[in-house]
Design a protein around this ligand. Structure first.
Ligand code: NAD
Length: 470
């Protein structure tokens, strides 16, 4: 029997078989069907906003309600609205160009649903990173199975219950449980598998998908650098970088990870960052706007990064101490850590901000290029020539100029990584196409020259070919 909430590997297999068979029998070819699914998604989200936000806050030990509204619910609603507005035109079969040699035949591209799409979601923005892939998959006419993160179990349960209420298990089902079921999930022969999470697990997911030749979109992590050019407005740099580092307590895939900036500006940066923190997060120990670290393992990981560093390198931005019991980690700056230390080897995913000395933009570009391709790169400065130099000499998933993070909220832009930060991109039309088969169709005309292209090959054929290949 089909079911919406999957908790065992046997159920997973049965539900997978059921949904896959349906995707072959009853492809969602009409916009009306797809729009109805997007409507259900919107209604589900609207009705469960508070339930979801509360569950997430409990999973985190406290997550700012405003952050959930701003960084999860708002982009999810926007994404649904965008897909509802444009989906009908995205799915239209359209003409493609054709060489005069083949005319009057014509070419078309026909977007088609892939069938059954698997989504593996992480804990850090569990609403947006579940809803976002679902929007694209459903708009493209697919059925969806989604595996929730075991690190946000209360949200996973609330989401599964909500989906069960608003969707038929023929269309969407939710898998909850730990890593064992996640592994089994990644081994299912989905028509497409979209995974969001760490690069190390991303490698395992791709390996699990390979025997099935399941195409993957891997939305991974990494260290996203900030390049501060000589003419940057430092106050603005600090304002934006600190915003990105404190939002969700730095637990954002595209949070600015470290800053490349001349050492003559380090002490001014620290001073401005302290002032910024006092202004925006007064009494941080009890400030509802400040989110906690997701679990003890991550809290310990971060303490393990900081504790081996020389004391003079670690600059707290407030007098409030870290509190392991509450998993409260006030922001700190790390001055010029050795590139071999853990803070510079691992994605931080925390309110820890290394400032690294660089001598000019070429030095900064060399630093970035000596490391894995980042998910995001941020450039602060005024001179367009210098900004262009950095843009065109680095390769990253995305770029924001004189800003951080906001590129993820642009439905007209693809979002994804490159190299170790990911494979493939989604959101809006890009996600629709990623989750569709963009099928090329050649339509022959009654009037055509194919008969001269048959053996025994004539002189006319040979002369014609010679002319065309000379
Ligand atoms: P996580 O621990 O919640 O794991 C993500 C998902 O992977 C979970 O659903 C989990 O069950 C599953 N999983 C775990 N082990 C697995 C395995 N062996 N096989 C298959 N699935 C498995 O999340 P996380 O990895 O801690 O998430 C944080 C990371 O995600 C960071 O690196 C961050 O940068 C990255 N991230 C990337 C994006 C993006 O859009 N590129 C967005 C958010 C987070």
């Amino acid at each position: 029997m089909s079911q919406s909430i999957i908790t065992t590997i046997d159920q997973l297999q049965a539900q997978f078989d059921h949904m896959r068979a349906l995707s072959r029998k009853k492809p969602l070819n009409s916009w009306i069907d797809r729009e109805a699914l997007l409507d259900s998604l919107e209604t589900m989200l609207a009705k469960n906003q508070q339930v979801f936000a509360d569950a997430i806050s409990q999973d985190f030990g406290h997550r700012s309600q405003d952050e959930t509204n701003f960084a999860e619910l708002f982009p999810s609603f926007q994404g649904i609205a965008h897909a509802k507005k444009h989906g009908k035109s995205w799915m239209k079969t359209r003409r493609a160009g054709i060489s005069t040699l083949f005319r009057p035949a014509y070419n078309e591209i026909q977007p088609q649903p892939l069938g059954l799409v698997g989504v593996i979601a992480p804990w850090n923005y569990p609403i947006f990173l579940s809803i976002g892939p679902m929007i694209d998959a459903l708009a493209a006419g697919n059925r969806v199975m989604i595996k929730m993160s075991e690190s946000a179990p209360l949200f996973a349960e609330a989401f599964a219950q909500a989906v069960a209420k608003h969707f038929s298990p023929d269309m969407v089902s939710v898998v909850v449980g730990d890593v064992d079921i996640a592994v089994a999930f990644s081994e299912m022969p989905f028509d497409h598998l979209l995974y969001t999470g760490s690069t190390s697990v991303g490698r395992k997911v791709m390996a699990a998908a390979a025997p099935n030749l399941t195409p993957v979109t891997l939305e991974l992590g990494g260290k996203s650098p900030v390049v501060v050019l000589d003419d940057a407005d430092l106050e603005n740099v600090v304002n934006r970088v600190m915003m990105g580092k404190t939002l969700n307590a730095g637990q954002t895939c595209i949070a600015p990870d470290y800053v490349l900036i001349h050492s003559s500006l380090h002490s001014k940066f620290v001073k401005l960052a302290k002032e910024w923190l006092l202004k925006h997060y007064p009494n941080i120990e009890s400030n509802d706007d400040y989110t906690r670290i997701i679990n003890d393992a991550h809290f310990k990981r971060l303490q393990g990064y900081l504790s081996p560093l020389p004391k003079e390198q670690v600059v707290p931005l407030t007098n409030v101490e870290a509190d392991a019991e509450k998993r409260l980690l006030p922001p700190v700056i790390v001055l010029n850590p050795d590139p071999e230390t853990e803070v510079m080897q691992n994605e931080l995913f925390a309110p820890i901000l290394p400032l690294i000395h660089v001598n000019g933009l070429r030095d900064a570009v060399e630093f970035v290029n000596s490391r894995p391709r980042p998910l995001a790169l941020y450039i602060f400065g005024e001179d367009n020539k210098n900004i262009d130099y950095v843009r065109s000499h680095t390769v990253s998933g995305g770029v924001a100029i004189n800003e951080v993070i906001m590129h993820v909220a642009q439905h007209e832009l693809p979002f994804g990584g490159v190299g170790e930060s990911g494979i493939g991109a989604y959101h809006g039309k890009w996600g629709f196409e990623r989750m569709s088969h963009m099928k090329p169709v050649f339509v022959q005309s009654k009037l055509n020259a194919m008969s001269i292209m048959l053996p025994p090959y004539s002189n006319l054929f040979r002369k014609g070919l010679k002319y065309l290949t000379k």
